[in-house]
Ligand binder design. Structure first.
Ligand SMILES: Cc1cc2nc3c(=O)[nH]c(=O)nc-3n(C[C@H](O)[C@H](O)[C@H](O)COP(=O)(O)O)c2cc1C
Length: 222
C-alpha cells in the first residue's frame, strides 16, 4: 500500500479529537456534510437491516430546547455547524417477525422469495439462540444501538480525513430527550429510541495532546 496514503489516514485519526466547542462562524459546505452522511448511510449493519435514522438538527430553537437535557453537549450544541441525533430501532421493528424486516428483505435488499425465507430463518435463530435478543426489549434496542456506533465511527473518521472536527456525545438524559423529540414529532417512540449524538464543525481551540495505552497494552497476538 502507498505509504503516503497510510500516513494521511493516520494523520486524520490523530487530527480527530472530541471537540468541545466549534468556531460558530464556520459552516461545513453541503457537499462535505453530504459526504459524511453518505459514509453513515453506507455503513455495515447486522444482517444489513440498517436499524437507524439520522436526525440533523439545524434549527437553533430546537437545539436550545434539547440543551438542558444534554449535559455533554453544552459547548457543542450552540456552536456546531451540523448536529446529528442518531436513533436506533426498537423491538417493534427489529424482531424477526416484524413487518420492517420483511419489507427490508423484499423491497430494499430485493431478495427473491426463497432467500427471504432462508435469511429470515437464520435471523430468527440468531435472535432467539445466538444473541438471545428476544429476552428483553432492552437487549434488542442495545443491539441496534451498537450498530449505530459503526456509522458514528465512520462519520467521524471520514470527517477528519477532510479536515472537519467532530464530537461523539452520550452525555444526555435519554428519557427526557426522547420526550422532547416525540413532542416535536421528530421520533415515534414505539419504533425508535435515541442511541448517540454527534456534532460537526471546525475547532475553536487546539486540543490537548492525544494520550492512549501503548500498542502492547491493548493488542495481543496468538
Ligand atoms: C460513545 C462516546 C460518548 C462520548 N460522549 C461525550 C460527551 O457527551 N461529551 C463530550 O464532550 N465528549 C464525549 N465523548 C468524547 C470522549 O470523552 C473522548 O473521545 C475521549 O476522551 C478520547 O479523547 P479524543 O476523542 O479527543 O481522542 C464521548 C466519546 C464516545 C466514544
Amino acid at each position: 500500500m502507498n505509504s503516503q496514503l497510510r500516513q494521511q489516514i493516520i494523520d486524520a485519526f490523530k487530527f480527530r479529537h472530541a471537540c468541545k466547542s466549534f468556531d460558530a462562524r464556520k459552516k461545513i459546505p453541503d457537499e462535505d456534510f453530504g459526504f459524511i452522511m453518505e459514509a453513515a448511510r453506507l455503513s455495515p449493519s447486522s444482517f444489513g437491516f440498517e436499524p437507524w435514522k439520522f436526525l440533523v438538527i439545524q434549527n437553533s430553537e430546537l437545539r436550545d430546547k434539547i440543551k438542558p437535557v444534554c449535559w455533554g453537549a453544552q459547548g457543542q450544541l450552540p456552536t456546531a455547524s451540523h448536529f446529528v441525533i442518531i436513533l436506533a430501532r426498537k423491538e417493534t421493528s427489529m424482531h424477526y417477525g416484524a413487518d420492517y424486516i420483511q419489507n427490508h428483505m423484499r423491497n430494499v435488499s430485493k431478495l427473491p422469495e426463497d432467500v427471504v425465507k432462508m435469511k429470515g430463518d437464520f435471523y430468527r435463530e440468531f435472535q432467539l439462540q445466538d444473541f438471545k435478543l428476544t429476552e428483553s426489549p432492552r437487549a434488542m434496542f442495545d443491539w441496534a444501538c451498537k450498530q449505530t456506533y459503526i456509522a458514528l465511527g465512520n462519520m467521524m473518521s471520514v470527517a477528519a480525513q477532510i479536515g472537519i472536527d467532530s464530537c461523539p456525545i452520550e452525555g444526555f438524559g435519554r428519557d427526557k430527550l426522547e420526550q422532547i423529540l416525540v413532542a416535536e414529532k421528530m421520533m415515534v417512540a414505539d419504533e425508535f429510541g435515541v442511541s448517540v449524538m454527534v456534532a460537526f464543525g471546525y475547532r475553536e481551540n487546539e486540543p490537548f495532546e492525544k494520550t492512549r495505552f501503548a500498542e502492547e497494552d491493548v493488542i495481543e497476538w496468538f
